[in-house]
Design a protein around this ligand. Sequence first.
Ligand SMILES: [Zn+2]
Length: 449
Amino acid sequence: MVPSALPTVDLLIVNGTLLTLEPKAKPILDGAVAIRGEHIVAVGSRENLQVHAAKTLDAGGGLILPGLVNTHTHLAMVLLRGLADDLPLKEWLEQHIWPAEKALMDAETVRLGTLWAAVESLKAGVTCVCDMYFHAPTVAEALEEIGIRGVVPESIIDFPTPSCPSPEVALEKQRELCQKYRHNPLITPAVAAHAPYSVNAKNIAKAAELAEEYDVPFLIHVAETRWELETFQKEKGTTPVQYLADLGVLSSRTVAAHCVHVTQEDIATLAELGVGVAANPVSNLKLASGVAPLPQMLAQGVKVGFGTDGAASNNTLDLLRDAQIAALLYKGVTGDPTCMPAPTVAALLTRGGAEVLGLGATVGTLSPGKRADVVCFATQDPHAVPVYDPESHLIYAARSADVQHVVVNGKVVVEDRKVLTVDEGALRKEVLRLAPKVRGAVETAKSQP
Ligand SMILES: [Zn+2]
């Protein structure tokens, strides 16, 4: 065959072991992914994939897999990383996080935090982030600018937020966001109600109705702490999950973050209604909230993905590390070394996360027709040699610092560990310039009665 007769593609990723993460798929040695425009057009062994490519990306003999999906985070909170640690949740929130947010989180600061979080995410192999914060139009613009896939809501809560004086204004802004971004290839608009204890039933219902109207994800924190479960049992005679189910707001478009303190009946309800659970194992450990019953959820068919939560309670957006900790945590908790095996954890990091966010048909596996969100992990350093089983390698040996190249929506956004779409050094300077102001705001708030 002469070269001119070959099909033409825009990007070809070669020289790596391919994990498509399609159910039951085997690794493909010396695999390749062909991308045209925003989509994957072919996946297979290099020798069977003869194309003419405008650009070729060399995976250097490492792993090629779908981008990781962070199903729950608060991106701009990277600016509060390490500001207050080792504290009870209430004191941490009320004396440190909320004062800092109130004093600082204007649109421009949220933009800086979101960009910095996106840089951290991309360099950790995360190609899709589900945010839950304020100033949604700014967040959406920042994510589009840097070229990472995002699920972006404006958050409703029953008191004024840094971006909205009232829940009514937040709902109006959510509607505008849904209209503007409903057909965007990178940004999925969403509607978020903070939690069943911080948003009243009427507002939760309005938010869920809006999500239904536009068929977008409905995000909510659910049953994060024992306090929340006990308060609902005492005051309403039911659990947070049953309360939301009775309100009629849970559906297959719901992304329920945490679900740590859920009963057997709650798990059955989550499965029956098709609710997606965004599990945040490391945030839950750090705030001593508990351990979500993921093995039971998976056994009963609940959709599950991983999230980092905000960097103020983690303290990084290193989703791979969090999944690796989860893989070990559940073995320790159950006493069963077969619990949460590597292939399961790898699937939750990618396909599972995409399904939780309602993006299962769009991303989450390396499959022809899906959008091209691809990550290449290097396997050159001592901790990464040799590799017998790529899924075991990913979950028990790989580090996010091994991420070499990242493609989102067909575009190369990280090449040889360099983010191509922003000036990382300039952003770092801006973040460092802001840090003393963050500390000052907290000190001022603490000195006030
Ligand atoms: Zn959260």
